[in-house]
Design a protein around this ligand. Structure first.
Ligand SMILES: Cc1ncc(COP(=O)(O)O)c(C=O)c1O
Length: 400
């Protein structure tokens, strides 16, 4: 294979160039410009010698679809390049990436710490499933580093962090977390779904294990589910080895859509950042708005940390309507350009009411304790013209 044929990776390039080119072979089958979809479950050998060489690890190739396919591999290499990490592993969903990574890292008798505002299904998996396998779990308050340090025990193996979180966009002090993890011999696993490698260079702070819901900004088009674990070669290999018999795989077509989505990743993020900031400023100045949660605003409790470790603040923000639940729901029902729905990170702008969507199973007391009040609205700004998005919000706030 000549240098021109193998997978491209150029760390000197900017993130837009890497999003377009990295991970993919320069010369592709039949001289195609884009990486093809290899829609096959099985890869054949020309002769038995090739099988023996493959078993001995002498050539990198594909054998059976559950162990990976070339389109998936290209998407994995592109993700690794974007995060400045050695390697990546794709999963059929973000939750699958999180659960498989945790199961690969943990043993019975281990202990895990996570923050109370972690994605609720990560919390549910840790609270409901891990204890059945003899793993202890403790939750600590977001950004309370003293409580976090006090919760670490000799058997603590993994510290799960998320930054920013949702819906309050709390931003963890990542260098501080890295130091705590290193000093105490704990593995730090960072869910960087909301930040993305465009806004937060986690690798530069020493993070070597990152998970993503690729469903969100990375794919960006709200047309598929996927997840990824990205990190050191050793960590990815540990997770990959665990996953082989477990059997969840992203299929070739899904991998191709991810590759396609990633090509415009940097462009989309630029617009998400600009829209998020403009909308946050608009809402903060509005008389029908009580409070806005956006790390790009000086009023956010983590604004200073966010400014130090993020280059943009994304399209996610939350705000409290000056009114009760009925008025808040009226606001949501009046929206036209914004659509009601869960998820975030796609080109279409979405609005949700956390009290009745992601937190509907919580008791009112527990919900209030977590700051999920009846008048809280979560917005995921897409890439539409910001004036249209703001006009829709303004019209709907007038109906409150
Ligand atoms: C921060 C975060 N992590 C993980 C997930 C799970 O990802 P998926 O929905 O792709 O399984 C989500 C989904 O909303 C999320 O917001």
């Amino acid at each position: 294979m000549s240098q021109d044929e193998g997978p491209q990776r150029n760390p000197a390039h900017g993130i837009s160039t890497r999003a377009v080119h990295d991970g993919e072979d320069r010369r592709k089958a039949e001289n195609a410009l884009t990486t093809p979809i290899y829609q096959t479950s099985t890869y054949v050998f020309g002769e038995t010698r090739e099988i023996l060489d493959y078993n001995a690890g002498l050539n990198e190739r594909f054998e059976y679809g559950r162990y990976g396919n070339p389109t998936q591999r290209a998407a994995e290499r592109k993700l690794a390049s974007l995060e400045d990490q050695d390697d990546a592993l794709l999963f059929p969903s973000g939750m699958n990436a999180i659960t498989c990574t945790l199961l690969a890292l943990l043993r019975s008798g281990d202990h895990v710490i996570l923050t109370e505002d972690c994605y609720r299904n990560t919390r549910r998996f840790c609270d409901d499933v891990l204890p059945r396998f003899g793993v202890g779990v403790d939750s600590v308050r977001a950004c309370d580093y003293e409580q976090l340090e006090a919760a670490i025990r000799p058997e603590t193996r993994v510290l799960i962090a998320e930054s920013p979180t949702n819906p309050h966009l709390r931003v963890a002090d990542i260098p501080r977390l890295v130091k705590i993890a290193e000093d105490r011999g704990v593995e730090l696993l960072l869910d960087a779904t909301l930040a993305t490698p465009y806004n937060q260079r986690a690798g530069e702070f020493g993070v070597r294990s990152i998970v993503h819901s690729v469903t969100k900004y990375l794919n960006g088009h709200q047309d598929l589910m996927a997840g990824a674990f990205v990190g050191s070669a050793e960590a990815v290999e540990t997770v990959r080895r665990f996953c082989r018999p477990v059997g969840g795989i992203p299929d070739p077509h899904q991998s191709w859509l991810i590759l396609r989505g990633l090509k415009t990743f940097a462009l989309r993020m630029e617009r998400h950042n600009a829209n998020g900031l403009a909308i946050a400023r608009f809402l903060e100045a509005h008389s029908k708005v009580e409070r806005v949660w956006y790390p790009g605003l000086a009023s956010h409790p983590d604004h200073e940390v966010a400014t130090q470790q993020m280059s943009g603040f994304g399209g996610m923000l939350s705000f409290e309507v000056r009114g009760d639940e009925a008025q808040t729901l009226r606001f949501a029902d009046t929206l036209r350009t914004w659509q009601l729905g869960p998820s975030l990170g796609g080109v279409e702008s979405l609005c949700s009411h956390p009290a009745t969507v992601s937190y509907y199973e919580f008791s009112r007391e527990e919900r209030y304790r977590l700051g999920i009040f009846d008048n809280l609205i979560r917005l995921a700004a897409g890439i539409e013209d910001v004036d249209d998005l703001i006009a829709d919000l303004d019209r709907s706030l007038a109906a409150v």
